[in-house]
Design a protein around this ligand. Structure first.
Ligand SMILES: CC(C)(COP(=O)(O)OP(=O)(O)OC[C@H]1O[C@@H](n2cnc3c(N)ncnc32)[C@H](O)[C@@H]1OP(=O)(O)O)[C@@H](O)C(=O)NCCC(=O)NCCS
Length: 164
């Protein structure tokens, strides 16, 4: 199995079928749901290919992705151990898995200023603002809050990409 190690005791590896319950629980804790909407499309995140970060037997990071028509979308990225390189290593793992694709892309919401900085520092460029796209997302997933990080209204999808 392809295993990368960031620090001596954090391992990044592809998710396996036996990780499914653990991943579903992690998503519930992080997002309160296992479904995610992006560009008007509802994903059951538990069914997507993924890489996980494991520290001392605990799931501390998860990235899920979807490859279609030569494009790889990062659907979710979460790390619960900040500033240890887990988020960066998970993106790198997907980037390698997507090497046959022409682009790696993702959506984040307009309130997530930290993510906008984080991704740009890792080579992503802002390519589109899908104004008010979250109205449609909310119809599909009503639990999306009106107000997001730092008290910012959640309204727009911001699309970022890296050409591979
Ligand atoms: C965004 C997120 C995934 C980042 O995860 P993370 O594990 O903290 O990411 P990293 O550790 O790789 O990088 C964070 C910082 O730590 C620094 N860092 C990276 N490796 C490091 C290491 N080995 N030691 C110390 N610091 C390190 C990086 O320089 C980075 O700082 P920078 O952005 O100023 O360059 C995480 O904050 C998160 O889950 N947020 C909530 C969910 C979310 O917003 N997801 C993305 C939107 S869909």
């Amino acid at each position: 199995m392809h295993t990368h190690s960031i620090m001596t005791n954090i391992a990044i590896r592809p998710a396996l079928p036996e990780d499914a319950a653990h991943i579903a629980h992690f998503l519930e804790v992080q997002w309160g749901a296992t479904v995610m909407v992006s560009r008007g499309r509802l994903f059951d995140v538990t069914r997507l290919p993924a890489f996980i970060a494991i520290w001392d037997g605990l799931l501390v990071g998860l990235i899920t992705y979807h490859i279609e028509n030569g494009e790889c979308e990062i659907v979710t990225l979460d790390s619960i151990v900040s500033n240890m390189g887990v988020g960066t290593a998970l993106i790198e793992a997907v980037r390698q898995a997507a090497e046959h694709c022409w682009r790696l892309w993702l959506i984040t919401t307009n309130d997530n200023l930290y993510a906008l900085g984080f991704y740009q520092k890792r080579g992503f460029q802002l390519v589109a603002v899908h104004r008010n796209a979250i109205e449609l997302s909310r119809q599909m997933k009503p639990e999306i809050p009106l107000i997001g990080m730092d008290g910012i209204p959640i309204r727009d999808e911001i699309e970022l990409e890296i050409l591979l």
